[in-house]
Design a protein around this ligand. Structure first.
Ligand code: SF4
Ligand code: SF4
Length: 422
């Protein structure tokens, strides 16, 4: 009989006990596919959590395998017993304070001032084209070279401005269907403002007023994944305050990781508008499809936090079919690309091995365009494709859909867009 839990009690321990050791999750686990080691499988990790909870293994040996977990939740989708693996992993990570350098790395990509400084430095590297030299410099750790390869073009983006300061007033372009709030986040806000701009146009074109409440910031997902649950809750509260009272029918999110975090935790009492992924929102409302499709062959890779964490399966592909003449199916598109937030920095070697499995699938396709819905996946996939010499560009679904609409002169005229890049 269990007598002394160290951190999993009541419902949490019951959730752990729901694992019936069937092993059906093993083939869905990228790290198990790479190592073949039971402790690197979901079932093995659940056993480690139980042993940790009962004080039967030292933290250091358990975390050797737990830290290698991507948190992709592929196992949760595969599990017939409904084990809440993600919740248990988050609880387990929280028993240990991450190293100082990990907290610095987190701050660098999520806190406003460090992120602004990092962005300025990366922009400078790109402007003087030093990034192109550095990715070939063998003495630079591969983990850094991969990050530089995957970085979006920052040149030309507003240096100091937040998304809400640069996007124009956002009234609906056609018949009004309603009003939504756009969640802008941290990295998306600094490095992917063109995706936010495209998102705003798509929503306005289809009849929605878009408000971008000031005072938003990081959703706290990366903090929660690192076990910093208190910090994650503070960030959630900041966003709760910013997004409350906007009289919006939904909070639209275009980054899968943020969406998974906010959908579950933004409104703990259910008192605010639902958090909805852009693809789901567009497919659930009357949509005026693009008049002209894009000619390039396109394929889609599902972000884990959209597919597994939020259960969004068909909406992105429905939109792709509206936007592209030819959509090619990527086998095992629901398997993680190895990005997983800070994972590609902290566990570079495993991240690249998991990425290699994905790149080998992509190599077999004719597609010249790959679409996904999360900034981390976009960077990871772009880095992997570029390193493998595969001429395939990676786009966010929102940007791709916007490009299809841009082929229509009326769309361009409405939003004062040039006819380039259509
Ligand atoms: S979350 Fe992903 S990497 Fe972790 S155990 Fe589950 S399938 Fe494996
Ligand atoms: S599929 Fe579910 S029940 Fe079966 S071993 Fe994996 S976690 Fe346990």
């Amino acid at each position: 009989m269990v007598t002394s839990h160290t951190y999993l009690e009541g419902d949490d321990y019951r959730r752990l006990q729901e694992c019936i050791h069937c092993g059906l999750c093993l083939s869905a686990c990228p790290t198990y596919l790479v190592t073949g080691v039971e402790a690197d499988s979901p079932r093995g990790r659940l056993a480690l959590m139980r042993a940790l909870d009962l004080g039967e293994v030292p933290q250091s040996s358990a975390f050797t395998h737990l830290d290698l977990c991507l948190g992709c939740l592929g196992c949760q989708t595969a599990c017939p017993a409904g084990v809440s693996y993600g919740h248990l992993l988050e609880k387990t990570k929280a028993i240990r304070r991450p190293a100082l350098w990990i907290r610095w790395a987190l701050a660098a990509v999520t806190a406003p001032v460090p992120l602004r400084l990092l962005t300025a430095w990366l922009r400078l590297l790109q402007t003087i084209r030093l990034d192109r030299l550095l990715v070939r410099f063998p003495l630079l750790p591969q983990v850094i070279r991969m990050q530089l390869r995957g970085l979006p073009r920052l040149k030309g983006l507003p240096f100091t401005s937040r998304t809400e300061q640069v996007l124009p007033a956002a009234h609906p372009a056609g018949l009004r269907q309603g009003r939504v709030a756009l969640f802008t986040g941290c990295v998306m806000d600094r490095w992917y403002q063109p995706v936010h701009a495209a998102t705003t146009r798509l929503l306005r074109w289809n009849g929605f007023e878009v408000v971008i409440p000031p005072g938003q910031g990081c959703c706290g997902a990366l903090h929660a994944h690192a076990g910093l649950l208190g910090e994650a809750e503070e960030l959630l509260k900041r966003n709760r305050d910013a997004l409350a009272g906007m009289e919006a029918q939904a909070v639209i999110v275009n980054a899968a990781g943020c969406g998974a975090q906010l959908a579950d935790k933004l409104w703990p009492d259910g008192e605010g508008p639902p958090v909805v992924d852009l693809s789901v929102f567009l497919t659930e409302h009357p949509l005026e499809p693009p008049r002209y499709k894009l000619p390039e062959i396109t394929t889609y890779d599902a972000a884990c936090h959209l597919y597994h964490a939020q259960g969004v399966r068909s909406a992105p592909e429905q939109l792709l079919a509206l936007a592209c003449e030819t959509v090619e199916t990527l086998p095992e598109a629901d398997q993680c690309c190895g990005s997983a937030g800070l994972y590609s920095l902290l566990q570079g070697q495993m991240s690249r091995k998991v990425l290699a499995l994905k790149v080998e699938q992509l190599r077999l396709l004719k597609a010249t365009k790959l679409v996904t819905t999360n900034p981390g996946c976009q960077m990871q996939l772009q880095a992997g494709l570029q390193a493998a010499g595969i001429p395939m560009a990676v786009d966010h679904l929102g940007e791709l859909l916007d490009r299809a609409y841009r082929r229509d002169p009326a769309y361009r005229q409405t939003f004062n867009l040039s006819d380039q890049a259509t």
